[in-house]
Design a protein around this ligand. Structure first.
Ligand code: NAD
Length: 466
């Protein structure tokens, strides 16, 4: 049954500085330092999400035609579990650390490392998983004791409006506030002073964020895109390869930063792999993806046209799919075999339902090609024997690796890119660590003065006593 969804209203530009300064002021009043306050906020956020879970599912369906299964599992339940995990572990994560590797002579200074909040921080979300990619970092920022300004993706507009409703219903408005909008509003936010910016989105906008942060030396976490290779050895099981990699492209219609962008397949098994993709497609979508309620559509006309352009311009051969519907922004899962890495299907992030296959002679060639396309993607996905997959891991770099799989990420395991795919990591404990300053504290008791006196001038005769 449909529910009435709120409409997205952009925040007036002139209101943005006041909202930011309100959150900054609340931090300076130490409101969010108290751990019980943080836990209460997390609990209230949990119930606000629970109360509005159905609205989120329906908003995601409107924005992306996101299937209920994916909306519940990868968005709503995901963030609820994240809140529970964070709340359960918060006291443990906050504990002061006693450094073990300290010279005996400094032990009397009671050295310890506190986990202090950074201050007032900004979280900017992406459209593809607009709930978990926005609230994931926010949950960590709240747990760590920061005040937070939250900017949802305007592209997933229905979801953005429901998220605002949830945040305003659940969280203390003096500490946590939403700013809605597109480029002008985000730029107005970037003109403010932040204690950290957490950005999820494209590499091009990531550069804009890093540049805007530089004048204030604001640290940034960049969770960017990936031109991720899957590398398939002749010893891999073609059926397993096809089922797992089809899934990674079917989820959210390939609008998934961790899905494989292209497959480097040893020549001898290309025909079997191609056939198994066709079998898997027929199994997953017996009436075609277009007629399935289990397949998302492309977020907007701009991305639809971009993907259509990629397919129009490829020199590769379409082996499966290829149909699209502009009106509903549906693009079928489309398999293309290319013969050059120069084809844009390979060396541009498609962020859509394309399965691009580039045959290679052997694994050495695959590794060489993968390192040439993008030397530091978000993920590398090797399929083959243990020795082969280990060789691939040891010869490449990436944010993460899923052996014999793609896009798999354990929700509580730290996640982040490297180089061009970003920097900084979150999820699980890392979501707390990324938002705190590890502050070293020593306390010199007055009784040690007689030892410390050695450091004072005049130095004559003291060097040999050290
Ligand atoms: P995007 O970069 O277009 O937008 C992300 C955010 O930046 C939005 O909130 C948007 O309002 C803002 N923005 C856009 N242009 C801006 C500008 N000129 N100045 C200031 N702010 C601006 O990204 P997207 O289209 O929402 O998401 C797709 C990209 O994100 C893909 O590249 C994908 O790989 C990447 N991504 C990465 C991860 C990750 O965790 N590493 C997760 C999801 C998506």
């Amino acid at each position: 049954m449909g529910v009435a969804l709120p409409e997205l209203q952009y925040t007036p530009l002139e209101e943005i500085p006041a909202r930011v300064s309100n959150a900054q002021q609340s931090f300076l009043e130490h409101k969010t330092r108290d751990v019980e306050f943080r836990l209460l906020q997390l609990r209230k956020l949990y119930w606000a999400i629970k109360d509005n879970g159905e609205e989120l599912v329906q908003a995601l369906a409107k924005d992306l035609n996101k299937p209920r299964f994916e909306a519940e599992n990868f968005e709503v339940e995901w963030v609820l579990n994240d809140i529970v995990f964070t709340s359960k572990n918060l006291y443990k994560w906050m504990e002061e650390e006693k450094p073990a590797d300290i010279d005996f002579s400094f032990k009397f200074m009671n050295p310890k490392i506190r986990k202090d909040p950074l201050g007032c921080v900004l979280v900017i979300g992406a459209y593809n998983f607009p709930v978990q990619l926005l609230l994931g970092p926010v949950i960590g920022a709240i747990a760590a004791g920061n005040t937070v300004v939250i900017k949802p993706s305007e592209s997933a507009s229905y979801t953005a409006a429901v998220l605002q409703k949830i945040i305003e219903a659940g969280l203390d408005s003096s500490c946590y506030t939403v700013v809605q909008g597109g480029i002008p509003e985000t730029q107005a936010l970037l003109a403010e002073r932040w204690d950290k910016i957490f950005f999820t989105g494209s590499a091009n906008v990531g550069r804009i964020i890093a540049k805007a942060a530089a004048p204030n030396l604001t640290p940034v976490v960049l969770e960017l895109g990936g031109i991720n290779p899957a590398i398939i050895s002749k010893n891999a099981d073609p059926r397993l390869v096809a089922r797992r990699l089809l899934w990674a492209k079917a989820v959210n219609a390939g609008q998934l930063c961790t899905s494989q962008n292209y497959l480097l397949v040893e020549k001898s098994i290309v025909p079997q792999v191609v056939q198994e993709f066709k079998n898997a497609y027929n199994e997953f979508y017996p009436n075609g993806a277009k007629n399935s309620t289990d397949f998302s559509h492309i977020i907007n006309d701009g991305h639809f046209q971009r993907l259509k352009g990629m397919l129009d311009n490829t020199k590769g051969k379409i082996l499966m799919g290829g149909t699209m519907d502009e009106k509903t922004r549906f693009i079928d899962i489309t398999m293309v075999q290319v013969d050059s890495v120069e084809d844009s299907m390979c060396n541009q992030e498609s962020f859509g339902p394309f399965i691009t296959i580039l045959p290679v002679e052997n694994l050495d060639e695959a590794i060489r090609v993968a390192n040439g396309v993008q030397s530091t993607p978000l993920g590398v996905y090797p399929f083959g024997s243990k020795a082969e997959t280990e060789k691939i891991i040891a010869s490449t770099r990436s944010g993460g690796v899923a052996v014999n799989d793609a896009s798999l990420h354990i929700p509580t395991l730290q996640f982040g890119g490297v180089g061009e795919s970003g920097n900084g990591a979150y999820r699980g404990r890392a979501s707390f660590d990324v938002w705190v300053h590890r502050r070293t504290v020593t306390t010199s008791p007055s009784w040690v003065e007689r030892f410390l006196a050695i450091r004072y001038p005049p130095y004559a005769g003291k060097l040999e006593k050290f």
